[in-house]
Design a protein around this ligand. Structure first.
Ligand SMILES: NC(=O)C1=CN([C@@H]2O[C@H](COP(=O)(O)OP(=O)(O)OC[C@H]3O[C@@H](n4cnc5c(N)ncnc54)[C@H](O)[C@@H]3O)[C@@H](O)[C@H]2O)C=CC1
Ligand SMILES: O=C(CO)COP(=O)(O)O
Length: 326
């Protein structure tokens, strides 16, 4: 039995904690916000209505207590709060602990992905990544799924597979941490575009064109940022894009749909009520494209809609724009 601490009691941190606990591990969840611990401890999470959390998962706000005996520490906060969370936990992390990021983000200005930010803060720890098609709402119910496991440390790969051994999850491994995370961050932007198109009632032919051209942006940009092309065809890239555009649970797709219905960015974010990482990743994506001189017409188009330079009702104008890239 492994001792695992999940930092972040949002949807994803909680869902991972539940399946890891059911898989036979001792799991603690460290909540760094003013979440209602009493409610969580009685089994209720606001993002999982009608579901009772197993009492074996321990929710705490005590940083030291949560980390002191952990073999594995999973960072599951939203990308914006990674650095502040690191500052809080830093005094209590030991070099022997395996650190995992499940965060999908690309930091503006530094253009670092979450594992790089964690590795910088903890240079002597082994840092791994889990990313891929994994909506928390399905995972928490024990439905089967797969994630890309990225690490350069074979012992870490073994330990993570051991932790998840009794869970219903397939974990292929790669040493491409950058590609896995760029795939996860950029697919969210394409899913926003998909949501806008969906709300505009455009046909399946248009959706396929949008997603294929969006995937080309994702691939070109991620490869320029250091990804291996084959990573982007795996669970961390194409696989995650498929689930995010296809799922009614996707916050990015939902945000796009709200934007497509004419609601402002602020109101759409408010209505989604959970993190929309595609919005957070946009600045980093634009900066990376600028730095590497990569053409990303679909991502630019989606950005122009978010920034109100193009009306969502003009989504079909993407065809004309793509014709200009011949
Ligand atoms: N929900 C899902 O199905 C999946 C989410 N992810 C990724 O996991 C990450 C977290 O997403 P969710 O849990 O879904 O988001 P959420 O919106 O449900 O929760 C937000 C998370 O950020 C943390 N947070 C918010 N404010 C904070 C603050 N001031 N200080 C420290 N932490 C703070 C919360 O504790 C919570 O862990 C994101 O990067 C997301 O892309 C990855 C795979 C699946
Ligand atoms: O990354 C996810 C599933 O793999 C979650 O996507 P959303 O953040 O769009 O809900």
């Amino acid at each position: 039995m492994l001792k695992i601490t999940v930092i972040g009691a949002g949807s994803w941190g909680t869902a991972l904690a539940v399946i890891l606990s059911k898989a036979g591990n001792q799991v603690k969840v460290l909540s760094l916000t003013k979440r209602n611990l009493i409610s969580l401890r009685s089994g209720y999470h606001p993002n999982f209505e009608g579901l009772l959390l197993p009492k074996e998962v321990e929710f705490t706000q005590s940083v030291e207590d949560s980390l002191v005996n952990a073999d594995i520490v999973i960072f599951a906060v939203s990308s914006k709060y990674l650095r502040p969370s690191i500052e809080v936990v830093k005094p209590f992390i030991k070099e022997s602990q395996l650190l995992i990021s499940v965060i999908k983000g690309l930091e503006p200005l530094t253009l670092l992905v979450p594992s790089q930010i964690i590795q910088e803060a903890f240079p002597h720890n082994s840092v791994a990544v889990l990313s891929g098609p994994s909506h928390a709402e399905e995972v928490i119910k024990g439905e089967p799924f797969g994630m890309q496991l990225a690490s350069v440390d074979l012992r870490a790969v073994e330990l993570i597979r051991k932790a998840f051994n009794k869970a219903n999850v397939y974990l292929p491994a790669t040493d491409d941490l950058i590609g896995t995370q760029l795939g996860g961050a950029l697919k969210n932007i394409i899913a926003i575009g998909y949501g806008i198109a969906l709300e505009q009632g455009l046909g399946t032919n248009f959706y396929s064109m949008l997603v294929t051209a969006g995937m080309a942006d994702l691939r070109n940009l991620a490869v320029a940022g250091g990804a291996a092309p084959e990573t982007l065809m795996g669970l961390g890239g194409l696989g995650d894009l498929i689930t995010t555009i296809g799922s009614p649970y996707s916050r990015n797709r939902k945000f796009g749909q709200l934007l497509g219905s004419g609601i402002s960015v602020e109101k759409a974010l408010q209505q989604v009520g959970m993190v929309v990482e595609g919005v957070n990743a946009m600045e980093g994506a634009l900066e990376l494209a600028q730095e590497k001189q990569v053409s990303i017409p679909v991502i630019n188009f989606i950005n122009n809609i978010i920034k109100k330079r193009i009306s969502p009702t003009k989504m079909k104008g993407l065809v004309q724009l793509l014709k200009g890239t011949y």
